[in-house]
Write a protein that binds this ligand. Structure first.
Ligand SMILES: Cc1cc2nc3c(=O)[nH]c(=O)nc-3n(C[C@H](O)[C@H](O)[C@H](O)COP(=O)(O)OP(=O)(O)OC[C@H]3O[C@@H](n4cnc5c(N)ncnc54)[C@H](O)[C@@H]3O)c2cc1C
Length: 136
């Protein structure tokens, strides 16, 4: 399913259509908890965003299980082995460029995109390069 089509599957038999218990902090609203009930599972209803986790998470998991192979530095070669990363500002030390899954940066220009990025920078958040050690 494409990222644009996936939202149309919410509430259909292609999903489990679970809901949370009423959330007191959300005016007792029940929050949808989506999950795919079809061949390919939730991958068939997801939005297709390509996001690596934060490196500190992988490093913490490696420490937790006592296995350095799970650290970000050691997993990087596997991330790269999946990608055909098609963005000009990308270094091959960080991304794969000849592998099976094509990845592009979003092309849609939302009206508030630059304003939000500028506001975040003014608050001291750097505009991290996407899908690297610190994805946000
Ligand atoms: C709406 C939505 C958007 C998402 N967007 C993104 C995104 O943009 N980028 C991203 O990286 N990730 C995204 N995800 C997360 C990603 O899709 C999931 O993490 C991933 O698909 C999980 O894979 P899985 O194989 O662990 O589980 P699943 O893909 O959920 O597979 C579990 C399978 O088991 C089946 N199953 C469950 N119980 C039983 C049972 N009792 N008997 C038989 N079969 C059973 C289910 O039907 C399903 O087919 C999104 C998820 C959702 C729901």
């Amino acid at each position: 399913m494409s990222s644009s089509g996936a939202p149309f599957l919410h509430g259909t038999p292609a999903e489990y259509n679970y809901k949370s218990a009423p959330q007191a902090a959300l005016d007792n609203r029940e929050v949808p908890n989506y999950g795919g009930k079809l061949l390919s599972g939730s991958s068939g209803v997801n939005y297709g965003l390509w996001t690596r986790g934060h490196s500190s998470d992988y490093d913490a998991w490696a420490k937790h299980v006592g296995d350095e192979r799970r650290s970000y530095a050691n997993l990087l070669k596997y991330f790269k082995k999946t990608e055909n990363y098609q963005c000009s500002n990308v270094g091959s030390e960080v991304h794969g460029v000849d592998e099976p899954i094509s990845v592009i940066h979003g092309t849609k220009e939302y009206p508030l995109r630059m304003e939000i990025l500028n506001a975040l920078q003014q608050r001291g958040l750097s505009q991290a390069r996407r899908n690297q050690r610190r994805p946000v």
